[in-house]
Write a protein that binds this ligand. Sequence first.
Ligand code: NAI
Length: 357
Amino acid sequence: MHTFGQMIERGHERLCFHHDTKTGMRAIIAIHSTARGPALGGTRRWHYATEEEAIFDVLRLSEGMSYKAACAGLPMGGAKSIILLPEHGQLATEAEARAMGRFVDSFSGDYIAAEDVGLDPQYIDWMAMETCHCMGGETTLTGGNPSPFTARGTFNAMKACLQHLGSAPDFSSLQIAVQGLGHVGMDLCRILHTAGATLVVADINARRVEEAVEAFDPKVVDVNDILHTDCDILTPCALGAAIGPDEVRRIRATIVCGAANNILVDPLREGISLRQKGILYAPDFVANAGGLIWLAGLHLGYSREELGRRNDAIEETMLEILEMADSHHSTHHAAIAVAESRFAKVPASDKEPTHAG
Ligand code: NAI
């Protein structure tokens, strides 16, 4: 499909290309919606086989950010940016990051950049030398690493799933399978271990597995088996597109609730087939909103108490979505409906942030 066709179908406002003539950096910023406010979304630094693939990715990811912000009740829109690498593994430089910072700055605050795959807090700090419209750097001013807040939000989403199924939020009787022991996966393991859960884990990185074994004494399974292992909750915390039709057939969990973005290969299709199999799916952009709430909230000037309250509210929002899913094709469809109903409605109180001390 042509670019404008994709934008129209997904409802995008802007898609902007930039070539920095000094460094050769090529980047794209996609703003899906500013209906609820300025749009925050990560910058992905990645090699794409074709420009079409890159455009598809940035449009899809930025649309997801609008849904995430709306479901989290933030007065923010959705956007995403990508830096197109000529080849995988190209070293990040200050000059490149500063060029990206200037591109972000040209949006005058309509777009706020943050970390995504391929970026680290140092990169954000370099960008911040050129723009004040970025979050997630090493300084407290830009929020630092949001992963602990993402993990906490995912745990809150799990509690909603248990409540929806009529179970007590007693994790000590639960076996939980965690795919991916990166920033979020490891933090989530820590929370679940403290809550008494029995963990089953897998990661392609042996060092991360060793760290988890030392800290939480989990059962370790092969990366090819984690999605099909016997468990109460399956929590994908690695890369996107973890669950397609084949995985749906083989999943043995009662609940799928993870932090990864775009867990389902085709969310509309897999959303329905998971329901048909009697598996409760917690829509990912609701479950993993804790990091966005943290960064966007700091940018908006929310107090620490307000940030905590909004993270805890993920439980209530998830419960509301799960309860209304009966009148939708799937829990994913219900979450989209909630987000779309909020695109044009921003509570007046949210437009006036309470400034942190
Ligand atoms: P990360 O890069 O720190 O961790 C990912 C982990 O998954 C790594 O340890 C990697 O070795 C492992 N992995 C990759 N492929 C795997 C496979 N096939 N099987 C098992 N393990 C595999 O990333 P991070 O920050 O922990 O994010 C995890 C997911 O959560 C990503 O999908 C990210 O987009 C999403 N997310 C992260 C947020 C955050 O605050 N960091 C916020 C919202 C979503």
